[in-house]
Ligand binder design. Sequence first.
Ligand code: ATP
Length: 219
Amino acid sequence: MGPIGIFGGTFDPIHYGHLRTALELLEGLSLAEVRFIPCSQQPFRDQPIATNDVRLSMAKVAVESEARFSVDARELERGGASYSVDTLTGLRAEHQDRSLCLLLGMDAFLSLPSWRRWEELIGLAHIVVAHRPGWQAPIEGVLGKLVREHSTEVPRDLSTSRSGRVFITPVTQLEISATRLRKFIREGSDPKYLVPKGVWVIIAETGCYSGERVGGVND
Ligand code: ATP
């Protein structure tokens, strides 16, 4: 069985940048599936604007058309701050013999040293980094060391071992950000073609972003 891809994020809202990246990684790396895991609260970041239920519904509707995508609500169910090390520890216990691939955008990868017990992640999963516009692979510091010691350019390495490799790969660059999307919506613009239709319907029906103030507090 191919590796399981783990795509975590705030998904506030999920958009085509997330979905296209996940699909290209799934196909390029022969992943068996990709699980999207919306986080509950992210340490060191503004809290999500849409409620947990709405973010979960948007993620579910977004993956409906791809059988190899699914949504895993464990971080929302756990509540409190979401730490990838806890999530991967749980997944590793459930899938002892499977390869796990933590899928990250380059911006998320560059912030890795601020994540709780981040050095343990590479022992639990492979780390796959998708390039985003304007971001470069680190060559210095602790991340440069991680890349030098664990990097591979051979996709098969991600299937033949369960964890321990870093794979950095370009993907089609869709410069969509959830923060910019919410701003658009707040200003009355239409997010059509940036998010799947079902996501746009939920945004319109719930009005979840129309009252967002600068500073990230709901009206
Ligand atoms: P925000 O603009 O609020 O930071 P975001 O759009 O970056 O939100 P997140 O939910 O924070 O979305 O991101 C989850 C993951 O998706 C991260 O690993 C991030 O690097 C990646 N990601 C976000 N946007 C894109 C994009 N346009 N293309 C590829 N990867 C992306």
